[in-house]
Design a protein around this ligand. Structure first.
Ligand code: XMP
Length: 356
C-alpha cells in the first residue's frame, strides 16, 4: 500500500470514513480503548435495538443541548452514526456532506434523500467538485493525488465548520478495528500533524466498540436502506484512484458511467452483496476500434471484481461469460469514449485491489 494511502475513516480519527490515515488524533491514539467484555456480539435486531436505546441515552447525557458536527461521507459507519445521533438529538446534529466530485453516480443524491428528506437531518451539502478537479488537473502521481484530495477535504470541512456557531462536539464513525489498527501503530506513521485547531472538539463516537458486521445490523435496525448499510467498500479518494494518471473530467465521467452500469448489471444478476468489491477503471490509454463503421481511437475500460475476507489476499470472481458480454456491450455502446472492455484476472498478490 502506498505510504500516503488515505481514508476518511481514520482521517479525523478521523473526520469521516474516507481517506486512509493522513491525520490521526494523538489523544485518540494514546487512549487505551478496549471493547467492554459485557458487550455481546450484536447479531440480531433485538440486540441492535437494545444497543440503540443505550447509545441514545449516553449521547444525550454527553452532549445535552449542545450542537454536534459530523462529516457524513455516505459510507456505512458515518451513516449509522448520523442516524443514531438524529434519533438522540435531532437537528442539533449538523451533518456536512462534501462532494469532492469523485463519488459514484447517484451517491450524493442518495445521502441528501435519505438524511435530509427522509430522516429530517440538518444537512449541509457542499459541492466542491470544481475545487478538487481544478487542483488535481495535470497531477499524475498517485501519492500526490491522494494528498491533494485528503488535504482539500480537511480544508473544505474546516471552512464549513468555521461558518457554524456553537458546535461543541465532533461525531465520528470510528469502529473497533480502527482503534485496534491505531493501537498497533499501523496507521500512526501516516500522521502528518493532527487536526486543525478549529476542529479540535470533544469527540462523540457511538459505534467505536463495534465491528463492521455489528454496525450493519445496527444500521438496518435504525431503518437505513440496505444499499447504504451493505454498501461495498469505497476508497476515500473515490473514483480518483480508478482514473489512473492525471484526472480529466471526460475520463472521470467514463469511470462513473461504466461503474454505474457494472453495479446495475451485478445487481440484476444477484451478485450485489455477494461479491466483495467490484468496479471499473479507465486508464489514460487509447486503442484502435470501430464505431459506426469508422475508426474510433478510444479508451479501454477494465472491470475488476474480487472476493476477500481480510483484503490482504483477494481472489477474482469467476464472472459468468454471458454477463461479461452484456456488461461489455452496454459499456462500449452507452459510455462515450470507450471502445473496449477487459476483465482483470489478477489476484492480490500480485496485484492490489485498486490501480493506484
Ligand atoms: P488495495 O488497493 O490496497 O486495496 O489492495 C485494499 C482495500 O482498500 C481500499 N483502498 C482504500 N480505501 N482509502 C480508502 O479508504 C484509500 O486510499 C484506499 N486505497 C485502497 C480498496 O478499495 C480495497 O477495498
Amino acid at each position: 500500500m502506498p505510504d500516503c494511502i488515505i481514508s476518511i475513516p481514520k482521517l479525523l480519527h478521523n473526520i469521516v470514513k474516507c481517506f486512509r490515515g493522513i491525520f490521526i488524533h494523538q489523544e485518540a491514539l494514546l487512549m487505551a480503548d478496549v471493547r467492554p467484555e459485557s458487550l455481546k456480539r450484536i447479531t440480531t435486531k433485538a440486540q441492535a435495538d437494545e444497543f440503540i436505546d443505550e447509545q441514545i441515552k449516553s449521547i444525550k447525557a454527553q452532549v445535552g443541548d449542545k450542537k454536534v458536527l459530523l462529516a457524513l461521507s455516505g459510507g456505512v459507519d458515518s451513516s449509522v452514526v448520523a442516524a443514531l445521533l438524529i434519533k438522540a438529538i435531532g437537528t442539533n446534529l449538523v451533518c456536512v456532506h462534501v462532494n469532492h466530485g469523485l463519488l459514484r453516480k447517484g451517491e450524493p443524491e442518495m445521502v441528501c434523500k435519505v438524511f435530509r428528506d427522509e430522516l429530517g437531518a440538518n444537512l449541509i451539502y457542499v459541492d466542491a467538485t470544481d475545487r478538487f478537479l481544478d487542483l488535481l488537473a495535470g497531477v499524475s502521481d498517485p501519492e500526490q493525488k491522494r494528498h491533494i484530495i485528503g488535504e482539500e477535504f480537511i480544508k473544505v470541512f474546516a471552512e464549513e465548520a468555521a461558518k457554524l456557531d456553537g458546535i461543541a462536539f465532533l461525531a465520528q464513525g470510528t469502529i473497533y478495528p480502527d482503534i485496534l489498527e491505531s493501537e498497533q501503530g499501523i496507521k500512526a506513521h501516516h500522521n502528518v500533524g493532527g487536526l486543525p485547531p478549529e476542529l479540535d472538539f470533544e469527540l462523540v463516537e457511538p459505534v467505536k466498540y463495534l465491528y463492521k458486521d455489528e454496525v450493519r445490523v445496527v444500521g438496518s435496525a435504525l431503518g437505513l436502506p440496505a444499499k447504504m448499510v451493505y454498501r461495498q467498500p469505497f476508497p476515500g479518494p473515490g473514483l480518483g484512484v480508478r482514473c489512473p494518471g492525471a484526472i480529466t473530467r471526460d475520463r472521470l465521467e467514463a469511470v462513473r458511467e461504466s461503474d454505474a452500469i457494472l453495479r446495475e448489471e451485478f445487481e440484476k444478476a444477484g451478485l450485489a452483496g455477494k461479491v466483495w468489491q467490484y468496479f471499473t477503471v479507465v486508464p489514460d490509454f487509447k486503442s484502435t476500434g470501430i464505431k459506426d463503421d469508422k475508426r474510433a481511437f478510444e479508451w479501454l475500460c477494465i472491470v475488476r471484481a474480487i472476493n476477500t475476507t481480510d483484503v490482504v489476499k483477494c481472489t477474482v470472481e469467476p464472472i459468468d461469460y454471458d454477463l461479461m458480454c452484456r456488461i461489455t456491450d452496454r459499456i462500449t455502446h452507452e459510455v462515450p469514449g470507450i471502445n473496449r472492455v477487459l476483465y482483470d484476472y489478477t489476484p492480490k498478490p500480485t496485484a492490489t485491489v485498486e490501480y493506484e
